[in-house]
Write a protein that binds this ligand. Structure first.
Ligand code: AMP
Length: 357
């Protein structure tokens, strides 16, 4: 393990969206500088970072100069091209590690990894052709969901099959990308655990949050989730199992379906997670500080909660509600500084806080 970073060190962040922005704010609070690498102009993180490189992920010179300027590099999204990571890693350490990224970038590798750990996942099959889909439907059946193996987010790259008759159109939706077929899980709720692991192997998990999606995008996360004490323990233990087996350093989001047979792991995200935003106003050390501490080689904060929180995403025109929302005195507002309001665009979020007495 490398020595813990000293305040004043520079943490590189691949991606300049809202997660990069909130990571930068947390890093600044700990005395670090952040350097954002982002292909798009004027990203949300640029307002609060020390430096920014505007370049594409195939610009080897820009990647090398960025890596040289950083003491450690982390990321706010998982779909970073492998070649870009190779350039950076030859110069500067990357946390979380490449294995965690490789595992979570591809749904087939991810599901296989989780299954081999002894965790439950939806029945799945690798789909590279119409014939694969036909064979898989004979065992998995319908309803089921066809998902691209890579580059899916917020429900994108997915097609639901209500019956086997939907096979051809679902396959067409994949636009020739490799895919997995997943059996449809009849869940009673969706929850997620935000877990963290330090460079010395210390693990801290936050209380599971209960997630509600609208149009494939996270709408609200509520803590506490409606789970029994033993379910809570189970969710935290399985998250620690995933973190340990990947020798993970940083924060991870683990999405779970609640079923009568126990938890089914939907997916893992090797980064801070939208469903962990409630920690900003419900915990002493939030997920952003926790991630920065971990990648800096520092000790973790405690994950325990001092408030009940409902986090609600502000999407597109929800921005018009801001003046009204400000009237609620127990609501914390977090805006991402995005100039253009677009339908489906995450503009900010609120945390409605009720302190535990
Ligand atoms: P994902 O991109 O895999 O997180 O999927 C987005 C959302 O689609 C999830 O949060 C679930 O609400 C739903 N979903 C995904 N996979 C399944 C499944 N196998 N069974 C039931 N619902 C699913």
């Amino acid at each position: 393990m490398t020595d813990p970073l000293k305040p004043g060190a520079t943490i590189g962040i691949l991606g300049g969206g809202q997660l990069g922005r909130m990571l930068s704010v947390a890093a600044a609070r700990l005395g670090f500088r952040t350097h954002i690498f982002e292909p798009g102009a004027n990203p949300p993180a640029a307002d609060v970072a020390h430096s920014i490189t505007t370049a594409s992920y195939d610009d080897v010179e820009a990647l090398a100069a960025f890596a040289k300027a950083c003491d450690v590099v982390t990321f706010e999204f998982e779909n970073i091209p492998t070649a870009a990571l190779d350039v950076i890693e030859s110069i500067t350490p990357i946390h979380p590690n490449r294995e965690a990224l490789r595992t979570s970038q591809d749904r087939l590798i991810e599901k296989t990894f989780l299954k081999n750990l002894g965790l439950k996942v939806a029945p799945f099959a690798d789909i590279a052709s119409a014939n694969d889909l036909k064979t898989a439907l004979e065992t998995i059946g319908a309803p089921s969901i066809l998902k691209t193996r890579r580059f899916g987010y917020d429900g994108k790259g997915q097609s639901r099959l209500r019956s086997v008759d939907d096979a051809a159109s679902a396959l067409a939706d994949m636009a020739e990308h490799p895919a997995v077929l997943e059996g449809f899980v009849e869940f009673s709720a969706e929850v997620s655990v935000i877990g963290a692991r330090s460079a010395t192997g210390e693990v801290a998990c936050y209380d599971p949050g209960e997630n509600v999606h609208r149009d494939g995008i996270l709408h609200t996360t509520t803590v506490p989730a409606r789970l029994t004490a033993s379910q809570r323990m189970d969710a935290v233990l399985l998250t620690a199992n995933i973190l340990n087996s990947l020798d993970y350093v940083g924060v991870m989001g683990v999405e779970l379906f609640v079923t009568p047979q126990g938890f089914i792991v939907n997916e893992i995200a090797p980064r801070v997670h939208n469903s962990g935003h409630w920690t900003q106003n419900g915990c002493t050390v939030d997920q952003f500080e926790q991630h920065i501490r971990a990648v800096a080689g520092w000790s973790l904060g405690d994950g325990s909660r001092y408030a009940d929180v409902v986090m609600e995403n502000l999407i597109g025109d929800d921005m018009n509600r801001v003046p009204e929302l400000l009237k609620n005195r127990d609501t914390a507002l977090h805006l991402y500084g995005k100039a253009d309001v677009k339908p489906g665009r995450k503009m900010g979020h609120i945390n409605i806080v009720q302190r535990l007495s």
